[in-house]
Ligand binder design. Structure first.
Ligand SMILES: NC(=O)c1ccc[n+]([C@@H]2O[C@H](COP(=O)([O-])OP(=O)(O)OC[C@H]3O[C@@H](n4cnc5c(N)ncnc54)[C@H](OP(=O)(O)O)[C@@H]3O)[C@@H](O)[C@H]2O)c1
Length: 336
């Protein structure tokens, strides 16, 4: 049995890690940390996990004797937790932004923080780096918006079809974590759609850095908060540089993702929706329509808490530990 700790287990992604790992036959969660809920049963914070016989603890990294740890902690906090775990020989999957960037200057500029403990990490998107993840000790999970945008964008950039992509995303409110803020307070976001960080969201440079691995591209990104709990829809707009039909584009996507267990390519004109992937680790990619001005539209849907966070974290753990990669993750979405 693989002994696992979840650091930051009282948050939303921590709750999702607990939900999936509870039914993973190769894993035992031996520690779930929370500073504010130490000694409290898990179900007091995550009531849906009623039968989970575990309490939160406030163990520090030095007290954790485990094979693998998930750090489901905010950026800025992870960098003070991860190095000690790695030093002790614990494999780590970090869900924050602290270890995602190749270029530390980009991290410091966009996160407004000095990175005190940089380490080499593998970027944890299995569709990009499956083989590297298998041999990694530290995996940096992608940002939630980033996953939706780059899975939708990879074939376009790889085939040299575009040099500019405009990504427009709509996210459910759980993307902001468990603590309410004025932006996420119900009367402020209910019955409302709110664009934010319109030209300067910190996921933009991450989308740019990762898509640029496939070719020259310029990315612009605008997120919106919408009054749903889970899910991200990302609409990519671009003008192909080559003469292509929607069916040509569809074939590129089918080829790119033909062996991927968690990416589903829909037919031309079929539109991804959040309810098709809610609660699941799947990414749906579809639309592939072109308008009279030559604009191509590609749309992706993910659950931000699963494919965008905890599901991909477990996918990464499965790869790092030699388990079947879909283990505990193969359930479909909750529609309607
Ligand atoms: N929500 C999403 O959709 C999503 C998607 C992708 C990535 N992420 C990333 O995943 C991470 C967790 O997100 P989340 O939504 O689960 O956040 P969250 O709901 O706010 O939970 C954060 C957790 O971290 C703990 N924590 C906070 N500061 C800490 C510190 N200094 N040391 C130790 N523990 C600390 C908190 O517990 P206590 O205060 O009780 O200790 C809490 O359990 C973040 O980096 C986030 O950016 C989130």
């Amino acid at each position: 049995m693989l002994e696992v700790a979840i650091i930051g287990a009282s948050g939303y992604t921590g709750g999702e890690l607990l939900r999936f790992l509870d039914v993973h036959s190769e894993v035992e969660v031996v520690a779930a940390t929370s500073r504010q809920y130490a000694d409290t049963p898990i179900r007091k914070v995550h009531p849906h996990l009623h039968d989970l016989d575990l309490k939160f603890s406030n163990k520090s990294p030095s007290d954790l004797d485990v094979d693998l740890a998930f750090t489901a902690t905010p950026h800025g906090a992870s960098m003070n937790i991860v190095p000690e775990l790695v030093e002790k020989g614990v494999k780590v999957v970090d869900l924050s932004g602290d270890y995602r960037f190749d270029d530390i200057d980009i991290y410091e500029k966009w996160y407004g923080l000095k990175h005190t403990n940089p380490l080499e990490a593998v970027y944890g998107l299995p569709e990009m780096y499956r083989d590297k993840i298998k041999g990694a000790d530290l995996v940096a999970n992608p940002g939630c918006y980033v996953t939706g945008a780059i899975l939708a964008g990879i074939p376009l950039v790889k085939e040299g079809l575009v040099d500019t992509i405009i990504a427009d995303s709509k996210s459910g409110v759980s993307g902001a974590g468990i603590n309410p803020t004025p932006a996420t307070h119900y009367p402020n976001i209910g019955d409302n759609v709110v664009p934010y960080a319109v030209t300067n969201h910190r996921h933009m440079p991450e989308i740019q850095e990762k898509l640029a691995k496939y070719g020259d591209v310029r990315v612009s990104f605008t997120p919106h908060l919408v009054p749903v709990i889970r899910g991200i829809i990302t609409t990519l707009h671009c003008f192909p540089l080559k003469d292509v039909t929607p069916n040509d584009v569809l074939e590129m996507y089918k080829e790119q993702y033909k062996d991927e267990p968690f990416v589903r390519v829909l037919d031309v004109g079929e539109i991804p929706r959040t309810s098709s992937v809610r609660g699941s680790n799947f990414c749906h990619i579809g639309c592939f329509e072109m308008d009279e001005n030559g604009r191509l539209v590609v749309i992706s849907a993910i659950d931000n808490l699963v494919k965008g966070a905890s599901g991909v974290a477990i996918h990464n753990m499965n790869l790092m530990c030699g388990f079947p990669e879909t283990m505990t993750l193969d359930g479909v979405g909750l529609h309607p």
